[in-house]
Design a protein around this ligand. Structure first.
Ligand SMILES: [Zn+2]
Ligand SMILES: [Zn+2]
Length: 823
C-alpha cells in the first residue's frame, strides 16, 4: 500500500481491471434474484454536466449495493442520440449529424463516463440513431399501424418556428417550446399520431398501482390524462334545426345557463353569423383571437373577451332562448368547442357576464341562503340546494346531478359521457435526424406501410444541410422516390421522421437483449430482467417520457411481446444541481465542468461529494468547500488504514467475542445505519455522515498504542469501512480491499451484516423523580431489575435530600426510562 492516496493511479488501475475482467457484464441467471437499475440515458451533446454526474452516481451506488447484497444486477447505459442539436450542428459546421453524434458518444463514453467508475455493462450499450435500433421503431410503428394505433389526420398542431417542426402537446410548456423556449404557434398539417387515448383509462388507473413512484409525478400524470365524467347535452340552434353539443361535469347547473360560448375556430360559426348584421365584426374578432397562442388564451389571468354572434340556442331543459357568444377562452381541442355558461356558479362565466351585462341566475342556493344574483360579487361554486330548476328544486345539488343526468338520457336530450384531457400523441417531425416513418404513398394503392421484412428504411447519408427550406429528406429525390410494395408502381416515401421520444419509449426493453436481430428484444430476456426495479431521472420528464414509456409498454404487451403492465416499479426523481441559487446552465455562466473536478480531485471525490451534499430528491447546492471536504475525508481514511495496515494484514476480524468493545459496537452500529439509510429512500448523505463518524471513532480508538488483543477489532472496523465505502467510492475501496488481502474485486464481495448483540446498549440513563418532579439521573446497567432501580434511586444523595428521611409511600419504575418516588 502506498503511503499517499494518489487517486490518478488508483482510479486508472481499477478502470483497467474492471474492463479487462468484465466485472459488470451480466447474463440472465435464474439461480439469483435480479435487480434492474436504470438511469435515464443522455443525449450525446458532447459533454456531460454535473447533473449527469449526480444522476449516474446515485444509480451506481444502488447498483453496487444490490450486487453486494447478492442480486444479479443489470445496469446498462446508452444514448438517446437522435434529435435537433446534431442537425443544427450540421447546418452550422457542415459535419454530418451522424459523424457529430458518434464522435460525441465516443468522447462522452471513453473520456468522461468511464472515468467516473460507473458499474455499467458496456456490452449492452444502445444508440438510438443506429439502424440496428431504429429499424425496431419502424417495426413497432408498422405493428401499431396495423392495429389502428398509428394513424394520420389533418389538424391544427403546435409548431415551433425556431426548431422548424411540429411539437406534441406534452412538449409545449406554458406556450413555449420545451427544447428552445420559442413561442409556439399553430399550423394546420397532416400528421401521424399514436393513439395514446385508447390507453387513457388504463394509464390513469395504474397511477394507483405504482406505490414506488413519487406522488407528485403521479398527480401530474393524473392531471395530464384528465378524466372528467359528466353529460353531453344538445342545444338546438334557433331557427336552423342544427344543434350545439356541450359537455359539462356540472349538469346540476343546467337551469342556470344564460348564454353559450363557442370557440372562434368552431365549424358552426360561419352558418351562425351568416346574414347577421354583426357578421363582419365577428369575423375580425375571430381572426385576431386565432392568431394568439392557445396557452395565453386559456391562462386564468388573461382578459376574457367575446362577441355576440346574433344567434340563439334553446336550453332543452327549460326551453329558454339563450344568446350564443364567441369567447377567446374557448378552445376547439377540449370538449366540443362549445360550452354552456353559468355565470352564477362559474367564476370565468361570472366575470364574462359582468363585463358584457349578461343575465346571472342562481340555481344552487348556499346553506346560508344569501345568494341574490344582482348583489353577487363572485360566482358560488360550493354545494347547496337546487333553485329555479323546475322539478329539481329543493334537492341537494349532488342528488340533482344524478337525477338530471337520468332525465337528460330518458328524454333523449343527451347522454352521460366521460371526457379526457389527454390527446393523441403527434409524432411527425419535419426534420432529418430521426427515425424515418415507414410509410409509402401510392396513387393506386393509397397509404402503404413498408413491409416489415423490408425494414429498415434507412436515413440517406448523401444529403445537404442548408438550414433553409424543407427538410433534407424532402429534398432528397433518391429517398423520396420509391416503388409501391403492393403494385410495384412509382410511389413516394413519407418524409417526416418520428419524434425522438419514440426512441426512449422502449429502450429499457432493448437493453435486455441489445444484439437481438429478429425482434425489438428477446421475450425471454425481457421476462427475466423487466420491469425496471429502480429508474432514476429528472422530474422534467413527468408527463413526457414517463407517460410515453408507460403507453409503449402497454402496446408492446398487447402485441404479445412482453408480459408486464408497467415499465418502472420504482422511480426516483433527483433534484437539480444548482450554483449561486440557480440551475447550472451555460447561459447563466455558473457551470462547473466535471472534467475539472475529475482532474483535480478524482472520481471518488466527485461521487462522494454529490452523494453527501443532499439527499437525492433534493436540489444540490454546489460548493467547492464541500468537494474539498470529501477529498480530505478520503485522505483521512487512507492515512489511518495505511498506519494500521501492517499490524492487521494477517489478522482475522473480531467477531461476537468482542461484544462490549467500544469500536466493535460503533462498527456494527455503522453497518446497521448505512444499510438502513440506503434501504430507506436512498439517504446516502446520512449514510456517508455515519461513515465519517466511524472514522473519527477509529482515530480516537487508535490514538495511543493499540494492544495486540484489540487489533482484531481494528481489523473488523477497517473491513467494514472498506465494504461500506465500496458503493460510494469504488476505486478507493478496491485499493484498500486489495492491500488488506481481499480476493478479486470488492464489487463482488458480500455486504457486511451487523451483529445485533454488538449494538445492544450496555448502560441506560434513568430519570429520577420525587413526587413527579425530576430530581436526579442514574446511569445503570441495561436490563436492571425494578428492585435494583428502586434501590439505586433510594440511595441517590439528591433523592435522600428530597425525601428527608420519610419512608416512601410508593416507588414506580418505568423500565429503562424513569423511576418516581412518592412520599
Ligand atoms: Zn423549439
Ligand atoms: Zn401501389
Amino acid at each position: 500500500m502506498e503511503e499517499r492516496y494518489d487517486f490518478h493511479n488508483v482510479e486508472e488501475r481499477w478502470h483497467r481491471y474492471w474492463q479487462d475482467n468484465k466485472t459488470f457484464t451480466v447474463t440472465e441467471d435464474a439461480s439469483k434474484p435480479k435487480y434492474y437499475c436504470l438511469e435515464m440515458f443522455p443525449y450525446p451533446s458532447g459533454r456531460i454536466h454535473m447533473g449527469h454526474v449526480r444522476n449516474y452516481a446515485i444509480g451506481d451506488v444502488i447498483s453496487r449495493y444490490k450486487r453486494m447484497r447478492g442480486f444479479n444486477v443489470l445496469h446498462p447505459m446508452g444514448w438517446d442520440s437522435f434529435g435537433l442539436p446534431a442537425e443544427n450542428a450540421a447546418i452550422k459546421h457542415g459535419t454530418h449529424p451522424q459523424k457529430w453524434t458518434l464522435e460525441n458518444i465516443a468522447f462522452m463514453r471513453d473520456k468522461q463516463l468511464k472515468r467516473l467508475g460507473l458499474s455499467y455493462d458496456w456490452d449492452r450499450e444502445v444508440a438510438t440513431c443506429l439502424e440496428e435500433y431504429y429499424r425496431w421503431n419502424q417495426w413497432l410503428f408498422v405493428k401499431m399501424y396495423e392495429r389502428g394505433l398509428a394513424y394520420k389526420k389533418r389538424s391544427y398542431v403546435n409548431w415551433c418556428p425556431s426548431c422548424n417542426t411540429v411539437l406534441a402537446n406534452e412538449q409545449v410548456e406554458e406556450g413555449l417550446c420545451w427544447r428552445c423556449s420559442a413561442v409556439v404557434t399553430h399550423k394546420e398539417l397532416e400528421q401521424w399520431f399514436f393513439k395514446i387515448t385508447q390507453y387513457a383509462e388504463e394509464l390513469l388507473s395504474y397511477c394507483d398501482k405504482l406505490p414506488g413512484w413519487p406522488e407528485r409525478v403521479l398527480t401530474m400524470q393524473r392531471n395530464w390524462i384528465g378524466k372528467s365524467t359528466g353529460v353531453e347535452v344538445d342545444f338546438l340552434i334557433e331557427g336552423t334545426g342544427e344543434k350545439l353539443t356541450i359537455f359539462t361535469t356540472r349538469q346540476d347547473t343546467l337551469f342556470g345557463v344564460t348564454f353559450m360560448s363557442i370557440a372562434p375556430e368552431h365549424p358552426m360559426l360561419e352558418p351562425l353569423i351568416k346574414g347577421k348584421a354583426q357578421a363582419d365584426k365577428v369575423r375580425v374578432f375571430c381572426q385576431r383571437v386565432m392568431s394568439e397562442d392557445k396557452a395565453s388564451r386559456t391562462d386564468e389571468k388573461q382578459e376574457k373577451e367575446g362577441i355576440f354572434t346574433g344567434a340563439y340556442a334553446i336550453n332543452p331543459l327549460n326551453n329558454e332562448k339563450v344568446p350564443i357568444w364567441v369567447g377567446n377562452f374557448v378552445l376547439m381541442e377540449y370538449g366540443t368547442g362549445a360550452i354552456m355558461s353559468v355565470p352564477a356558479h362559474d367564476q370565468r362565466d361570472f366575470e364574462f357576464a359582468k363585463q358584457y351585462g349578461l343575465v346571472i341566475r342562481v340555481v344552487i342556493q348556499s346553506p346560508e341562503n344569501d345568494l341574490v344574483a344582482v348583489t353577487m360579487k363572485q360566482a358560488y361554486t360550493g354545494d347547496g340546494t337546487m333553485a329555479n330548476s323546475g322539478a329539481f328544486d329543493g334537492l341537494t345539488n349532488s342528488a340533482a346531478k344524478e337525477k338530471i343526468a337520468d332525465h337528460v338520457e330518458a328524454d333523449n336530450l343527451g347522454k352521460r359521457t366521460v371526457n379526457w384531457r389527454l390527446r393523441d400523441w403527434g409524432i411527425s417531425r419535419q426534420r432529418y435526424w430521426g427515425t424515418p416513418i415507414p410509410i409509402i404513398y401510392c396513387d393506386m394503392c393509397g397509404t402503404v406501410p413498408v413491409p416489415v421484412e423490408q425494414l429498415p428504411v434507412r436515413l440517406p447519408m448523401d444529403v445537404e444541410f442548408t438550414g433553409k427550406g424543407l427538410s433534407p429528406l424532402v429534398e432528397s429525390r433518391s429517398f423520396r422516390e420509391t416503388t409501391c410494395p403492393k403494385c410495384g408502381g412509382a410511389a413516394r416515401r413519407e418524409t417526416d421522421t418520428m419524434d425522438t421520444f419514440v426512441d426512449s419509449s422502449w429502450y429499457f426493453l432493448r437493453y435486455c437483449s441489445p444484439k437481438e436481430d429478429k425482434a425489438p428484444f428477446d421475450k425471454k430476456a425481457a421476462g427475466y430482467w423487466m420491469s425496471v426495479d429502480q429508474y432514476i431521472g429528472g422530474i422534467e420528464h413527468a408527463v413526457l417520457h414517463l407517460l410515453y414509456a408507460r403507453f409503449f409498454t402497454k402496446v408492446i404487451r398487447d402485441l404479445g411481446l412482453f408480459d408486464g403492465d408497467e415499465p418502472f416499479i420504482n422511480l426516483l426523481t433527483q433534484g437539480m444541481v444548482i450554483k449561486d441559487g440557480a440551475k447550472m446552465s451555460k447561459s447563466k455562466g455558473n457551470v462547473v465542468d466535471p472534467d475539472f473536478i475529475l482532474t483535480k480531485y478524482g472520481a471518488d471525490t466527485a461521487r462522494l461529494f454529490s452523494l453527501f451534499a443532499a439527499p437525492p430528491e433534493r436540489d444540490l447546492e454546489w460548493n467547492e468547500q464541500g468537494v474539498e471536504g470529501a477529498y480530505r475525508f478520503l485522505h483521512r481514511v487512507w492515512a489511518i488504514v495505511y498506519k494500521l495496515s501492517d499490524a492487521v494484514r494477517n489478522l482475522k476480524s473480531a467477531g461476537s467475542e468482542a461484544r462490549g468493545d467500544k469500536l466493535y459496537r460503533k462498527t456494527h452500529l455503522t453497518i446497521k445505519k448505512v444499510t438502513e439509510d440506503i434501504e430507506r429512500e436512498f439517504h446516502f448523505n446520512t449514510a456517508i455522515a455515519a461513515l465519517m463518524e466511524m472514522v473519527n471513532e477509529m482515530y480516537d480508538y487508535t490514538s495511543s498504542s493499540v494492544t495486540n488483543d484489540k487489533l482484531p477489532v481494528v481489523r473488523a472496523a477497517i473491513d467494514a469501512l472498506t465494504l461500506l465505502l465500496a458503493p460510494f467510492a469504488p476505486h478507493f475501496a478496491e485499493e484498500l480491499w486489495e492491500s488488506l488481502g481481499g480476493r478479486g474485486t470488492i464489487a463482488n464481495a458480500a455486504w457486511p451484516q451487523y451483529d445485533p448483540g454488538a449494538i445492544v446498549a450496555t448502560e441506560v440513563v434513568i430519570v429520577v423523580q420525587v413526587n413527579g418532579k425530576v430530581r436526579s439521573k442514574l446511569t445503570l446497567p441495561a436490563g436492571s431489575s425494578d428492585k435494583d432501580v428502586e434501590t439505586a434511586a433510594l440511595a441517590d444523595p439528591k433523592v435522600r435530600e428530597f425525601i428527608a428521611g420519610n419512608p416512601p409511600k410508593k416507588v414506580i419504575v418505568v423500565q429503562g426510562k424513569l423511576v418516581n418516588v412518592v412520599v
